[in-house]
Design a protein around this ligand. Sequence first.
Ligand code: DAH
Length: 371
Amino acid sequence: MTDLVALDADLTRRIAEAADLGALEAIRIEALGKQGSVSGLLKSLGAMSPDERKARGPEINGLRDRIAALIAARREALDQAALDAQLAAERVDLSLPPPPRRRGAVHPTMQVMDEMIAIFADLGFRVAEGPDIEDDFHNFTALNFPPKHPAREMHDTFFFHPDPETGERRLLRTHTSPVQVRTLQRTDAPAPAPWIANGQSPPIRIVAPGRTYRCDSDATHTPMFHQMEGLVIDRGIHMGHLKWTLDRFVSRFFETPSVVTRFRPHHFPFTEPSAEMDVQCDRSGSEVRIGQGRDWMEIVGCGMVHPNVLRNCGLDPQEWQGFAFGFGVDRLGMLKYGMPDLREMFASDVRWLGHYGFSPFATPTTAAGLS
Ligand code: DAH
């Protein structure tokens, strides 16, 4: 009896004094573990006479229950104390200034695409999309490229190995113009997403942003780059509509009426007539500057959709006309934000991204301002 009382008092005191979870666990094992002092007393019940067991059983079981409850309560108190200490150590002082550098940034190309989409959406254009891996038909044939056109050659186009069964060579699209074909062609296949405007009937006004690929690399060319295609199909469309749309776009994009542009006659198989538009800029320093200087930078190819393209997509050129354009998105970014070398845009240098990147909260809208 006495040793029960003494054991109870000893354990109770030591549990209350246990400074951490490790010390508490040691006491638990010492008392309630297989070889523990309380467990030993419980085991001794088996050797007692029924009367003795009747008297001692409740005492020993009571001790076991009391010690177990004390340990649980002490563990909870220690847990709570540990949590309080952790919370106090990790408290954030909201009155401190924010860290000087933000961690993530929106890549200028993505920002420029959003700016472009905002402007064209304001003019009634929807967004269309197509795959990066294309077939010869959509990238070339339907766009009226003659069979031996140089752009089909290996030095421009990244081709995949021919399919062993069909012999078909798929390719990485060299421009976003195949999205014109995918938009014009009637298709029963569902659009990739409800907001993607493929497989439409005229009148049509779409822009198609995306990645494009060519085997080319210097200060103004990278093997992967971005274009934004535009396509308008309606009745009675002419070059005047094209020129107005591009001029309007340029002055809104550069947010100044003083941008000087020029149209040069050009050749594209899928437009007739075709042109390229340049903006005047200064490339004498380390940055490209818009609105000054005597240099020109080509930013968009354009023209009236060739009747063969309309025919290839099942439209009657007597009834429908249209214009199309294809912007180099990265180049627009270089011009607007003064980046000197296109290759740096895709070098994944965090210092570059920190310098030229945009806050994710700076969503461009025509109403709130583009940049
Ligand atoms: N696809 C042409 C290129 O990558 C750009 C282009 C020119 C697109 C004229 C057009 C266009 O839609 O009409 O160089």
